[in-house]
Design a binder for this molecule. Structure first.
Ligand code: SAH
Length: 225
């Protein structure tokens, strides 16, 4: 899968996407993540990518020219399944959306800044708008990193044990059960007996019960769905 991220602040994406599982996914050739600096596409003398908004008001707006040129160049090279704009008024990101996106070949993710992008960018190029939550960030980069991470870890072969993504929270509308590792006894706080029993069916049953209980306590809304 190929992911192209368009940003004016590439540095913000380097850390989250070049370590751990994201790094391994790229090394294994399962994901190719390209970060494009929109300033490189600006025809403005000072490589500027923003301007004052029409109608007045505080806050700059990202101009259409560098974004359009970058998107058009990428589109001329391959077909994109989705061109996504990170936006607080977009569709709220869920595991279901991530599962769906993880089957795509090529996606583009546009990060906004300041007051956002010129509306015509959204009208002309964007096929999907995604929000990572009902709050406002200063830029789309952290959201793009969240989206990329959530999708890439689902690509078959990225996680060592593929079933480990399937047993994570939300995959079956349930939250994950608690997990324990050594020591068996931490200052009198013991690991549940059943997990030490070696009895696979009983462990499975306990985990299912715990999942259901935790979901009822923490996210009853998931069970209503
Ligand atoms: N004026 C806009 C907010 C702009 S915030 C409004 O009120 O809706 C600047 C940029 O940060 C946005 O263009 C978007 O790319 C990103 N952003 C902010 N909050 C976000 C969220 N919850 N999810 C995804 N992207 C977000």
């Amino acid at each position: 899968m190929r992911i192209d991220i368009l940003t004016i602040l590439p540095k913000l994406l380097e850390g989250p996407l070049h370590d751990s599982i994201m790094k391994r996914a790229q090394e294994k050739g399962l994901a190719e993540i390209n970060i494009h600096n929109l300033r490189d596409y600006s025809t403005h003398r000072q490589k500027s990518c923003d301007d004052y908004q029409y109608g007045g008001g505080a806050g700059m707006v990202m101009t259409i020219q560098p974004i359009a040129d970058c998107i058009e160049k990428l589109k001329s090279e391959r077909e994109y399944d989705e061109i996504i704009y990170m936006s607080p008024d977009g569709e709220l990101l869920t595991q279901t959306i991530c599962n769906h996106f993880s089957s795509y070949q090529n996606i583009m993710i546009l990060c906004g800044h300041y007051k956002g992008v010129d509306q015509r960018v959204r009208d002309l190029f964007i096929t999907k708008e995604i929000s990572i939550g009902s709050y406002v960030l200063s830029g789309g980069e952290l959201g793009a990193a969240v989206l990329t991470d959530a999708i890439v870890r689902l690509i078959p072969g990225v996680l060592n044990n593929e079933t480990s993504a399937l047993s994570d929270s939300f995959q079956d509308d349930l939250l994950a059960p608690p997990v324990y590792t050594r020591p068996e006894d931490y200052k009198g706080h013991k690991v549940p007996e059943v997990l030490l029993s070696g009895h696979a069916a009983k462990i499975e049953e306990w985990r299912n019960e715990q999942s259901l209980k935790i979901t009822q306590e923490k996210r009853p809304d998931l069970l209503d769905e």
